[in-house]
Design a protein around this ligand. Structure first.
Ligand SMILES: [Zn+2]
Ligand SMILES: [Zn+2]
Length: 302
């Protein structure tokens, strides 16, 4: 999966900082998480092909996460896209999304809104990207209904004809193994795992923003190669006022990443009052050494 953090800002876009939004691409199919004001400009700057987006996941209806939707959809319309685009969001966001869709006018492609449960975790297959891609959405604790998202790509084991040859599997019996069934050759049972490659660990990326550092997040992000989490402030004196607004500190995000055993943590959603989040880097590394105080347009491949 190719990942690009399009923006790292919270609340308001700044001259040199777009609003938090993340683009994930797998075999030419894109997923966008959050869409604040100017997201299509951030995508253009990062050389992301927005025509590839087939699913948009919205965490909640605060302006810094959703008001970029009409502009992005209109920009996608200019790419001559005709395939349907899915929008995933908390159930309660439907009214806001429909209102935003009213101002886009008629689009040359269909929009399919998929609402998600907000009382417990939802797990579903993101078929529009890959049937092996799982989407999980966990309710957060913010000043409004908000969901954290996690994408997991499972790998299908590859059939190895040379192994089947070695075991003397007749050609007509291979379909059964392909479909997960076992066969008997010369009195010996051959199971599908005997003729496929080694199982590969699934790849997971988790994105959590606009929430108190609730304990469920560590479990939710477990096994993440990349955990992207809000770090509104690095100034620990802001902790009380942050928590009252349903946000967390960079230090809280590091603690969660440590508990989740994440491979890497990218901070995002900085307050406009934190013009230089990099100044906290050394202090944060003491809590979680594999933390990146992210910058707009940061990319990686997992
Ligand atoms: Zn926000
Ligand atoms: Zn918010």
């Amino acid at each position: 999966m190719d990942i690009c953090l399009l923006g790292t800002g919270g609340m308001l876009p700044l001259k040199n900082r777009f609003l938090t939004s993340c683009y994930i691409e797998h075999e030419g199919k894109g997923v966008l998480i959050d869409c604040g004001e100017g997201t299509q400009v951030a995508a253009a700057k990062a050389q992301i092909k927005i025509s590839r987006i087939c699913a948009i996941l919205l965490t909640h209806t605060h302006a810094d996460h959703i008001t970029g939707l009409p502009g992005l959809l209109l920009s996608i319309a200019n790419t001559e896209r005709t395939e349907a685009l899915e929008i995933y969001a908390p159930k309660s966001a439907i009214g806001v999304i429909e209102a935003l869709l009213k101002i886009t006018g008629k689009l040359p492609y269909r929009i399919e809104i998929k609402t998600l449960e907000t009382r417990e975790m939802t797990t579903l297959r993101l078929d529009c990207v890959d049937p092996m891609m799982e989407l999980r959405a966990l309710p957060m604790k913010h000043s409004t209904v908000c969901l954290g998202y996690s994408l997991t790509l499972y790998h299908k084991r590859v059939f190895l004809p040379e192994k089947a040859d070695e075991l003397g599997v007749p050609l007509r019996e291979r379909k059964t193994l392909h479909n997960g069934g076992s066969i008997i050759v010369d009195g010996k049972t051959i199971t599908p795992d005997m003729v496929t490659d080694e199982p590969r660990a699934p790849q997971r990326i988790s994105y959590v923003t606009d929430t108190l550092p609730i304990s469920g997040i560590a479990e939710f992000a477990k096994g993440s190669e990349l955990f992207i989490c809000e770090g509104m402030y690095g100034d620990t004196e802001k902790k009380k006022s942050m928590n009252e607004k349903g946000h967390m500190l960079m230090q809280d995000a590091c603690e969660l990443a440590k508990r989740a055993g994440a491979k890497e943590l990218w901070l995002t959603h900085y307050s406009p009052a934190e013009p230089e989040p990099q100044i906290y880097k050394q202090e944060l590394k003491k809590i979680f050494p594999r933390v990146k105080v992210s910058k707009d347009g940061q990319k990686t491949v997992i």
